[in-house]
Design a protein around this ligand. Sequence first.
Ligand code: NAD
Length: 261
Amino acid sequence: MSLKGKVALVTGSTSGIGQGIAEALAAEGASIMLNGFGDAAKIEVLRASFEQRLGVKALYNGADISKGDQLRAMVEETQKTLGSLDILVNNAGIQFTAAVEDFPDEKWDQIIAINMSGVFHGMKSAIPAMKAKGWGRIINIASAHGLVASPFKVAYVAAKHGVLGMTKVAAIELANSGVTVNAICPGWVLTPLVEKQLADRAKEQGTTVEKETHAFVTEKQPMAQFSTPEQIGGLAVFLCSDAAKTITGVPLSIDGGWTAQ
Ligand code: NAD
C-alpha cells in the first residue's frame, strides 16, 4: 500500500472518473475526502463502502466547486479532520454542447467556474501546506479537449485548455518544492457525462445508444473502446508514486490514440 498515511481530496468523486480515482487511491491506502453532488443516502453508502471495503478513513464534503470559498473551506476541513492534504485531484466537471453563437451565457459562466476556476481555487488552497510539508501531488483532470477541439464545446474546450496552461504554471513554480502538478487527458470514458451525449446523439439520429456507440467512439479514437475510471485511477496512482517524482507540468493522454492523429 504505497499511499498509506497520505490524504487525498478528489473533487467530483460521487460519480464516474472521480469515483474511480478515489477508489484507486484508497486501494493504495490513502484516506479520502469525497466531494460531489448526488443523493445524500447514496453518497453515504459510497463513503461507508470506502471504510468497509478498502479499510481507509473516508469523509464527504458537498462543496460546490464553482464557489471558491466553499472549495477553500473543504480543503481546510480536509486538513483539520484528516490531518493533511497530500494529494489533490481536481476532477469535478460538466459538459454542455451548442454552437458558439447559440451558447447560453450562463452555461459558459458555469463551465468556466467549475471546470477551470475550480482547478485554480483548488490549487491555490492546497499549495501552501504541500510546500510546507515538502511533498504533494496535484492532478488536474483535463481532457483530450485540453489538447484539441471539437465543435459545439466552446466552454469545455476553453476550460480544459486553460487547465493545461495553469498546470504548467504551477508545475514550474513548484519545481523544487517536492510538489508535482500534472494533468490527465482522458479520451472517451463511459460515465454519466458521456452517456448523456450518447443518448442525445442516438435521439438525433433516430437510432439506439447501442447502435451509435461504435460510431461515437471511433469518430475520435482509433482504438474502438472506452477507457475506464479504474484505468484513469491507475494513472493517478502512478503519478503519486516515486517513479513519477520528476514528471511535472505534463498532460498525460489516456485516449485510445485520439490525439495521436
Ligand atoms: P460525471 O458526470 O460522471 O461526474 C462528475 C462529477 O462532478 C460528479 O461527482 C458531480 O457531482 C461532480 N460535480 C459536478 N458539478 C459540481 C460542482 N459544481 N461541485 C462539485 N461537484 C460537482 O463525469 P465524468 O465523466 O466522471 O467527469 C469527470 C471529469 O473528467 C470532468 O472534469 C470531465 O470533464 C473529465 N473528462 C471526462 C471524460 C469522459 O469521457 N467521461 C473525458 C475527458 C475528461
